[in-house]
Design a protein around this ligand. Structure first.
Ligand code: NAD
Length: 265
């Protein structure tokens, strides 16, 4: 049995770049119709749709700010207009506004919490409502699946990034509380916790001298590629992971294994 998503509709937020783009691409290859949500990258989203279509897949680009309640409702309505259903949500959108704690502005605190945490709440809520309305479409063992994009920083504290770490720590309990609440309806909710993956969000941290320092934190000895996370996302959304409920799959080359202790015997 392969990880396939044939006949299913997947809505991926923040899919115009980085991890979202890689997930959208792989889901389309696995047979899903993909709703490519973007916030600012309309052109890249359209480009991705064309590239998926030229490979024989189906996708549509839909703009929308995930931190805006009305925009999220419109995003789901457009997805249903396009493909008649939503079977999988990947709540992936996220951003960083880094600064030392004492200098952190309330605006930067709120922006990160609004997009990274409230955005996932709004999208997951819309998905649960949609799954209940649809019932069992016979395309998967679960009637709906939600993947929350967390980070290794749901467990690793991160000086200079308190807003980001707080948002991902929040995702951990949001995801597990929701998973517990809706599992009886055969809705599966899980999360991914990537380590350092080469995407626009951390261009500075993964190149040059900073990149060399970063490698010391990764036992497996390389920075991750978006497709490393996309493969895990495909597994979690597929029936191969049918008994995974409320799990966080860490995709980090061992970053959470306390590598500092390796040479400290
Ligand atoms: P990225 O900057 O390439 O992608 C982030 C996406 O979120 C972009 O497409 C952006 O347009 C979208 N976005 C931002 N604000 C939005 C809004 N208000 N509404 C809708 N979309 C919005 O970075 P990425 O690395 O691909 O990040 C994707 C997710 O993965 C984020 O949640 C991030 O926290 C998480 N993550 C990334 C890494 C990594 O190393 N790259 C590690 C752990 C977790």
């Amino acid at each position: 049995m392969e990880c396939r998503l044939d006949g299913q509709v997947a809505l991926v937020t923040g899919a115009s770049s980085g991890l979202g783009e890689a997930i959208a691409r792989l889901y389309a290859e696995a047979g899903a119709k993909v709703v490519v949500n973007y916030h600012s990258g309309a052109e890249r989203a359209e480009e991705l749709v064309r590239s998926i279509e030229s490979a024989g897949g189906q996708a549509v680009a839909v703009g929308g700010d995930v931190s805006d309640e009305g925009a999220v409702d419109r995003l789901f309505a457009r997805a249903v207009d396009a493909y008649g259903a939503v079977d999988i949500l990947v709540a992936n959108s996220g951003l960083q506004k880094d600064s030392a704690f004492a200098e952190m502005s309330l605006t930067d605190w709120k922006t990160v919490l609004d997009v990274n945490l409230t955005g996932q709440f709004l999208c997951a809520r819309a998905a649960v409502r949609r799954f209940r309305l649809q019932g069992d479409r016979g395309v998967s063992r679960a009637i709906g699946k939600i993947l929350c994009m967390s980070s290794v920083h749901e467990t690793i504290p991160w000086a200079g990034h308190a807003n980001y770490a707080a948002s991902k720590g929040g995702i951990s309990l949001l995801m597990r509380s929701l998973a517990q609440e809706v599992a009886g309806e055969r809705i599966r909710v899980n999360a991914l916790a990537p380590g350092a993956i080469r995407t626009p969000i951390n261009e500075k941290a993964t190149s040059g001298e900073a990149g060399e320092r970063l490698l010391k934190l990764i036992p497996y000895g390389r920075v991750g590629d978006p497709v490393d996370v996309a493969r895990a996302a495909l597994f979690l959304a597929s029936d191969m992971a049918d008994y995974l409920v409320g799990a966080t799959l860490t995709v980090d080359g061992g970053m959470t294994l306390y590598p500092g202790f390796r040479d400290n015997g």
